[in-house]
Ligand binder design. Structure first.
Ligand SMILES: Nc1ncnc2c1ncn2[C@@H]1O[C@H](COP(=O)(O)OP(=O)(O)OP(=O)(O)O)[C@@H](O)[C@H]1O
Length: 227
């Protein structure tokens, strides 16, 4: 499960001024649950996700992801936490000079897996996203939607129990965005915990799920039908 417990988070501007993003926020995401995170630009959606893969730490309170707590985790444990957490961003961040296969395999080699295991997991992940037949192609030979499928394959190759998606469809045409959202929802139906930051209320309505909104530094539950 995921816990946000009394989280206050901020950034310090170059002039030293502290800008509070969220204040005294608490909520939980159960294992195998799906939830959207919505809110205006700059409201703190990415910041909440970053606090789950421990790329940003709260000033007050603690986040918990599985067995890892932000106030107890050591630097050396962070890579282990990140094996349990798949992350998908809007900008695909694929290596341009590597094939789809190698982009996924690269992430697995980084965790010290052997060649045979890497190959097995890479093919499994590319098959799950429907792109194994294009595994030898380079990112520039793939459409935006296909590139995002490779990114999702890379994120799930380590079999994480939770997927954090930050505007994963933000750069895609509406029809392709729906396809990718459908793929993420399928993964959720297969048991993946999914927390997704989005601006795209159309997708929230198309694939309704628990919806959390950041408003005035707080996180509140909203009814997706009212969006
Ligand atoms: N590294 C940083 N240093 C300083 N301020 C930051 C940093 N990252 C984010 N911020 C500020 O924190 C606030 C929250 O940013 P965040 O990216 O979490 O919002 P968001 O809801 O994800 O926005 P968007 O919808 O535009 O992606 C914004 O005011 C942003 O300018």
């Amino acid at each position: 499960m995921i816990h946000f417990r009394n989280i206050t988070a901020s950034y310090t501007a170059p002039n030293g001024e502290r800008r509070v993003v969220v204040e005294e926020v608490s909520f939980d995401i159960e294992r195998a649950e799906m939830a959207y995170l919505i809110g205006p630009t700059g409201s703190g959606k990415s910041t909440l996700l970053r606090m789950l893969y421990m790329d940003h730490f709260p000033d007050k309170g603690a986040t918990q992801v599985g067995d890892y707590r932000s106030d107890q985790i050591s630097d050396s444990e962070i890579p282990y936490l990140r094996r349990e957490v798949g992350v998908v961003f809007q900008d695909f961040q694929l290596l341009p000079d590597r094939s789809a296969f190698d982009n996924v395999a690269f992430a697995l080699y980084a965790t010290g897996k052997r060649k045979k295991e890497v190959r097995k997991r890479t093919i499994k992940a590319l098959t799950r996203v429907g792109l194994n037949h294009k595994r030898t192609q380079f990112p520039h030979e793939l459409s935006g939607g296909e590139q995002q499928r490779v990114v999702i394959a890379r994120a799930i190759a380590n079999d994480p129990w939770v997927l954090l998606a930050d505007e994963p469809t933000g750069n895609l045409d509406p029809a392709v965005a729906s396809d990718i959202q459908g793929l993420l929802v399928d993964l959720h139906h297969q048991g993946m915990t999914l927390l997704m930051a989005t601006h795209d209320y159309r997708l929230v309505k198309e694939y309704p799920a628990r919806t959390l909104a950041i408003m005035n530094r707080q996180v509140v539950e909203v009814d997706p039908d009212t969006l």
